[in-house]
Design a protein around this ligand. Structure first.
Ligand SMILES: O=C[C@H](O)COP(=O)(O)O
Length: 263
């Protein structure tokens, strides 16, 4: 068994919250609050995912104040450029120095009918522009009852990796749909079971080295009070946080999970 050298990642998905002015104030306060608390950004990486209209403001602030925060888009187009009204290309995100992009979030899959093929095309588009895709997978409550916990997330991951080679830097986020915004998080055991299955899939498709280095996040009602349980699991390398990422005290407490687990 390889030694785990994966740096935990705590990612805040703001969804459709905070305009560009609110984003500036929020990111500034978040960085100060973590700095004041003595957070070591090299031991746990922190990323935020603001709406597209905030990204230029966040980029300017992060660059000017040299903030140790990563950021990225919540979605990306499958297309390079052209007549695609409302779409945002991977090249545009790269030009704003985004490091990451969320792809295949369940809200995109359900509200915008994103298929596995579309998700795979978005992953390919992101990698082409050196963005690290955070590939979101997860089962609904009905899937869970019909197929058990891992079948749907594993199938979604396999489909998303269609155009990925084993040199690619990717992150996987396991987000059971039933746990998102419900206040009812999966148990650490449940998250670990699926994360382990996802890592096996990464090994099958991309090789053991990629599986060993790829971070797998858990998402779905993560809070300061439950993060430690997830982070004790060997295959969970961080969290994709929705609602709690909009509260600086709560998000900081999640980022500083080592405090709770005594690491
Ligand atoms: O992207 C984040 C997930 O949808 C989780 O959202 P939540 O933390 O509000 O449950």
């Amino acid at each position: 068994m390889a030694v785990n050298t994966r740096v935990p990642l705590i990612a805040g998905n703001w969804k459709m919250n905070l305009d560009h002015l609110q984003a500036i104030a929020f990111v500034q306060k978040l960085a100060w609050s973590l700095k004041d608390a003595g957070h070591d950004f090299t031991s746990t990486e922190v990323a935020v995912f603001p709406p597209f209209t905030d990204l230029r403001s966040v980029q300017t602030l992060v660059a000017a104040d040299k903030l140790p925060l990563a950021y990225g888009g919540q979605d990306v187009s499958t297309q390079e450029s052209g007549a695609y009204t409302g779409e945002i290309s991977a090249a545009f995100l790269a030009a704003l120095e985004c490091q990451y992009v969320l792809i295949g979030h369940s809200e995109r899959r359900t509200l915008h009918n994103e298929t596995d093929e579309v998700v795979a095309a978005k992953v390919t588009a992101a990698l082409k522009h050196n963005l690290v895709p955070i590939i979101c997978v997860g089962e609904t409550a009905a899937d869970l009852e019909l197929h058990g916990p891992s079948a749907v997330p594993v199938a979604q991951l396999k489909a998303a990796l269609a155009g990925v080679d084993n040199a690619a830097d990717i992150v996987v986020a396991y987000e059971p749909v039933w746990a998102i915004g419900s206040g009812q998080a999966a148990t650490p055991d449940q998250a670990e079971q699926v994360a382990a299955a996802l890592r096996l899939t990464l090994a099958e498709v991309l090789g053991q080295d990629v599986a060993d280095k790829t971070r797998i996040l858990y998402g779905g009602s993560v809070k300061g009070v439950n993060i430690a349980g997830f982070m004790k699991e060997p295959n969970v390398d961080g969290a994709l946080v929705g609602g709690a990422s909009l509260d600086i005290t709560e998000f900081s407490s999640i980022v500083r999970f080592q405090k709770h687990v005594g690491l």
